[in-house]
Design a protein around this ligand. Structure first.
Ligand code: KPL
Length: 311
């Protein structure tokens, strides 16, 4: 019998990073819409270069073996189409790990998938250079847990495997809060840097700083009403501290939403901003800046007229 593998579905930067790191620990198959070169290069944050052969398959010609676990690493808007494409090939009970930003597909796929579902919230940074190279730009931390509060043992064992593979991970019992915290940071940073085509650090300067502050205030009011706290508590101050810390730590980065806009790709606005707008509306809160950005990003998306890809 062939050894059971982890399938990584969605060979973008995060998918290839996870595949190349995990391949040191467990057999891995990277699955996408098109076949990538089998020899993939990983550039580590320390500047080392590692070349590793990876098993690669296409989503429309899935391998016959049954995976131990499936990691969905597509963009948020591609996750449900990718899951639908996989579902027929997966027997009941295969665990699914969702690596998406925002808070949109996670509750829906937790309901739909016929097996345990873990969500991952990560601050690992990576970007691709061509079809055969991924740069692990900076070390981060990954939190793992299930929205339905189950599968703690599965989350701990995956956290161990990821940590041993060089992606420090921790199983948590509040993944819902962790996902919303990352969403909060993305909502305060990404729409502005995408609109003005600036690096994250430029948000510290005029005229952008007050715009970030207005977004933080709307995000903080909405999440406070939802009962989501920033790390360490502290209401508005806590959210300000979190967002400005991330701006500082990623000052030279081009955020993912800016990269998507510049590459003419669909952005993750529906997964990041739409859940906030829905929450604000539930609590009858006015969030004009968030609403304006969602409207603007929807207008850009309509102009692209690109249907969400499976992965
Ligand atoms: O996660 C990010 C992204 O680029 O999407 C950061 C760097 C935190 C900006 O929101």
């Amino acid at each position: 019998m062939p050894p059971a593998t982890h399938w990584i579905v969605g060979p973008g930067a995060m998918g290839r990073l996870i595949a190349l790191r995990l391949a040191d620990q467990v057999p891995v198959t990277l699955i996408g819409r098109r076949r990538l070169p089998a020899r993939q290069t990983l550039v580590t944050p320390e500047g080392d270069t590692r070349i590793a052969p990876l098993a690669l398959e296409r989503i429309d010609a899935l391998p016959a073996d049954i995976p131990t676990m499936v990691h969905l690493t597509t963009k948020a808007h591609g996750s449900e189409a990718a899951h639908a494409a996989l579902a027929a090939a997966l027997p009941d009970g295969v665990p699914l790990v969702l690596w998406q930003n925002g808070f949109a597909c996670q509750p829906r796929l937790t309901e739909q998938h016929r097996g345990p579902v873990l969500c991952a919230s990560t601050t690992e940074g990576a970007h691709v250079q061509g079809d055969d190279r991924v740069t692990h730009a900076g070390h981060g931390q990954t939190f793992l847990g299930a929205l339905d509060g189950r599968h703690a043992r599965l989350a701990s064992s995956l956290a161990q495997t990821l940590s041993a593979a060089g992606l420090p991970a921790e199983a948590v019992d509040n993944i819902h809060v962790r996902l919303w915290r990352k969403l909060a940071v993305n909502a305060a940073i990404n729409p502005l840097v995408a609109q003005f085509a600036i690096r994250n650090g430029q948000l510290r300067d005029r005229p952008f700083r007050p715009m970030v502050e207005r977004l933080i205030a709307e995000v903080a009011a909405t999440l406070t009403a939802e009962g989501i706290t920033p790390p360490g508590g502290g209401g508005l101050e806590g959210w300000r501290k979190l967002v400005w810390q991330v701006v500082e730590a990623t000052a030279t980065n081009r955020a993912s939403m800016l990269q998507d806009v510049q590459a003419g790709r669909l952005t993750e606005h529906e997964a990041i901003l739409a859940p906030l707008l829905a929450a604000a509306s539930r609590h009858r809160l006015s969030v004009p800046c968030l609403a304006w950005h969602l409207h603007d990003l929807r207008r850009r998306a309509a102009a692209l007229a690109e249907p969400p890809a499976a992965c």
